[in-house]
Design a protein around this ligand. Structure first.
Ligand code: ZN
Ligand code: ZN
Length: 351
C-alpha cells in the first residue's frame, strides 16, 4: 500500500509498504479516504517536533481522518457501543486513552497520561491506504456528510471542547484570536452558544472575511490595528467576558489577556512553536483571570456530527484545497506557505 512518511523537517516521501495485519480484538481495518492537515502537523513538518515530542525516526502523519471499514476484529464496538460492519464510513477520534487510569475514571480521557494518538510520534497516522484503528474511536458518518468533511469533525471537536471550557453564557462578549479552521469554528460556535458579540482577529484577510461571514460582529486584520485597543474601544473600556487564543500561542496569549475583562476567562487553544507561554503576570493577576488550557476533546464526535448534519456548522466551507496522497509534500508546502485563500487542506488517500 502507498504510505506518506515524514523523514525529517520538510521531507515527506511516498513509499510502498506492506498492508496492516488482520484487525485484533476491538479493532477494525479502515480503507483511509480523507485526511486533514492540521496546524499541529505543520509544527512537525517544519521542525520535526511538537512541544517536547521529537520525531527521532520516520513516521506517518495524519490525525484528522475518516475511512471505510474493510475488516472487523472481534468485539469491535464503535464510539456509540454499536457493532461495526464492513462498508460503514467512520470518522476517527485520534486519541486512544487507557480508560483505566485515575484521569480516565474521573471522566477526563483527554488528559490520560497513558494514551497514544494516531499521527503523533511514535504512533503512525492516517496518510496511508489501510490502517488498523481502535473501534471505540470510530464514529459512524451519516450519508449526508461527505468524505471531505470527515476530517473536520476532529477540528470541530477541538472547537467544541474549547467552547465547553469557555463557559460562554447567553449574552457573553467573546474575542477569538486566530481565524484558522479551529478559530473560525470557535467563532461560529460562540455565536451559536449565545454570545452577544464576537470579535475575531487574524492576519490573513480572507480568514478575517470568513470570520465575519461565520458570525463575528467585528473582525479585524491584526496587522491593521492594535487588537486589544480595538476591543477596549468597542466595549467601552470593559473588555470581553471570554478571550480565546486559537492562533500560534505567541504574543497572541498576551493580547487575549489584554482583551479579557476583570474577572474574565482566558482559554488557550493554540500551540506555541517555541513551547513557551508568555503572559504578563500583573495583567492576569490584577484581572483575576481564570485561565484554561484546552487539551484536545472529550467525546465530542456525536455533537460534532449533529452540528454538521443540522447545517448549523457548514464544514465544507472550510475546505479550500484538496490533494491526492501522492501530492502530500506539495500539500504541506502549500499549507506552510499559507497560499492565498487557504483554509483547510484535505488529502484524498483512497476513493
Ligand atoms: Zn489537529
Ligand atoms: Zn487513562
Amino acid at each position: 500500500m502507498q504510505v506518506a512518511r515524514l523523514h525529517g523537517p520538510k521531507d515527506i516521501r511516498i513509499a510502498d509498504e506492506p498492508a496492516p495485519p488482520l484487525p485484533g480484538p476491538g479493532e477494525v481495518t479502515l480503507k483511509i479516504k480523507t485526511v486533514g492537515l492540521c496546524g499541529s502537523d505543520l509544527h512537525m513538518y517544519e521542525t520535526g517536533r511538537i512541544g517536547y515530542t521529537v520525531a527521532s525516526q520516520p513516521f506517518i502523519l495524519g490525525h484528522e481522518f475518516m475511512g471505510e471499514v474493510v475488516a472487523v476484529g472481534a468485539d469491535a464496538l464503535d464510539g456509540a457501543h454499536q457493532p461495526l460492519k464492513v462498508g460503514q464510513r467512520v470518522a476517527v477520534e485520534p486519541a486512544v486513552p487507557c480508560w483505566r487510569c485515575e484521569l480516565c475514571e474521573k471522566g477526563h480521557p483527554n488528559l490520560c497520561p497513558n494514551h497514544y494518538f494516531y499521527g503523533l510520534f511514535p504512533e503512525d497516522g492516517a496518510l496511508r491506504e489501510r490502517m488498523n484503528v481502535s473501534a471505540r474511536n470510530c464514529f459512524r458518518m451519516p450519508d449526508s456528510l461527505s468524505d471531505e468533511v470527515g476530517p473536520l469533525l476532529e477540528t470541530l471537536g477541538v472547537a467544541i471542547h474549547a467552547i465547553d471550557l469557555s463557559k460562554i453564557r447567553i449574552g457573553s462578549s467573546v474575542a477569538v484570536l486566530g481565524a484558522g479552521p479551529v478559530g473560525l469554528l470557535i467563532t461560529r460556535l460562540a455565536a451559536l452558544a449565545g454570545a452577544s458579540k464576537v470579535f475575531a482577529f487574524d492576519k490573513l484577510d480572507w480568514r478575517v472575511n470568513k470570520a465575519r461571514a461565520w458570525g463575528a460582529a467585528h473582525a479585524f486584520n491584526v496587522d491593521d490595528c492594535d487588537p486589544a485597543e480595538v476591543v477596549r474601544d468597542l466595549t467601552g473600556g470593559r473588555g470581553v467576558d471570554v478571550a480565546i487564543e486559537a492562533a500560534w500561542s505567541d504574543h497572541s496569549v498576551q493580547q487575549a489577556a489584554d482583551m479579557a475583562r476583570y474577572g474574565g476567562r482566558l482559554v488557550i487553544v493554540g500551540i506555541a512553536p517555541d513551547d513557551q507561554l508568555r503572559l504578563q503576570h500583573s495583567v492576569a493577576r490584577r484581572k483575576g483571570l481564570t485561565i484554561m488550557m484546552s487539551r484536545r476533546m472529550k467525546h465530542t464526535y456525536p455533537r460534532a456530527i449533529e452540528l454538521a448534519m443540522s447545517r448549523k456548522v457548514k464544514l465544507e466551507e472550510l475546505v479550500s484545497h484538496c490533494f491526492d496522497l501522492s501530492q502530500t509534500s506539495q500539500a504541506y508546502a502549500s499549507n506552510a506557505a499559507y497560499e492565498r485563500g487557504l483554509n483547510k487542506v484535505i488529502l484524498r488517500v483512497g476513493t
